[in-house]
Write a protein that binds this ligand. Sequence first.
Ligand code: ADP
Length: 423
Amino acid sequence: MFRKLHIKLTAYMGIILIIFMFIIASGIYYFTRYIFEDGTKKLMQSEAVKIYSYSNSLKPDLSLLEDRFYLFSFNPGIAFMGNDKIEANYIIYYDTDKCIINNDKDSIVNSIKNLASESFNEKRDSYVIRKVGGINYRVYTKYFNNVLNPRVIQIYQNTINEEIIWSFLRAVILSIGFAGVFILLIISYISTGKALKPVKEAWIKQKEFVADASHELRTPLTVIQTNLDVVLSNSEGSFEENEVWLDNAYSETRVMAKLIDHLLILAKADSKEQRLDISEISLTEIVDNICANMENIAKKKNIGFELNLEENVVIKGDYDKVRRMIVILIDNAIKYTEKGKVTVSLFTEKNKKILTVEDTGTGINKNDIDRIFDRFYRADKARHREGGSGIGLSIAKWIADAHRFSLTVESEYDEGSKFTVRF
Ligand code: ADP
């Protein structure tokens, strides 16, 4: 699923990039051409003016040729124009398509003559690109509106050389464009992969969470079913006879209720729905209150319970959540301790309020210690037959993080553990 999404995202990025590069490249190309074309046109225009004034000052021997069709002899045109910015040829018309002075031997005059006639008739200039004999010519036709001496001067130049340059430029832009798109596609493949990584991880976590949650709910449900099956198969039996099975089923419903409660907290935490209800709370009171109950449980297990409580330790926090976090830590300490004792201490050190929950229990394996705050992670399952669901510590950690408290653990395998909360 993620592979497909990755490829799809890269493809979309690629299409956007190609369109973007295409717009930029063609923009640069056509803009350059436009600037060039405009410059050439202006140059041709000024050359036409120069030729006009120069031709006015010359007195060609018009009697030499018949047909009022005169060839000027001041070749080449470039030299004549006294300007090597453009390599152009020119034709001077003295009359509508009749009188011509041309500096070009291979004249294209017949193909562009009509432009001069139009210019004469309509008394206007024109600028066109015309294909003659397979070659594109740029033709600028300028009309000089002089009452005594109306003339049209046509400047033309072939664009073969430029076209080679233009096609070279096109090839360069295209190759840079393709290489650029290729490189950008690789970059976008890598970066979308990176962007998708946390989404993928969250998705995998969510999947695992659902699978683990269903598994954890399945276990007490099976116990309830088995116990109720026994009761049903003995429907003739008295309540006393069935009490133990019903009791079992009932206590499993409590396990389920607690588990569902925890799952809800985590789900809300994930969807950021869980808000903290911050107020000034007395840690001393909370710890004292919790320990009053926990001490009894420890007694039942025949383990010692020590409480070192500093008076009037007050913090800002969410009462219910802070209480829940402390319950989880002390409950675990008792749960995973078979001999020795559990010590709970609340004190202030260098202006920091600190709670430690220490036990002489099973301890945590070095390989497990980094993972005990993960959801549904239970270390050394074979040893902990008491086994909870493995989400208590992940909730405690979430509560600590949400309050910006630090929750850390130190543990020696088979010797005991110490959980520390710095408020
Ligand atoms: P559980 O419901 O299994 O206790 P937790 O999230 O509270 O889930 O704890 C995760 C795991 O961390 C436990 O399964 C246990 O292996 C280990 N653990 C937690 N607290 C202690 C402790 N005080 N001593 C030893 N192991 C502990």
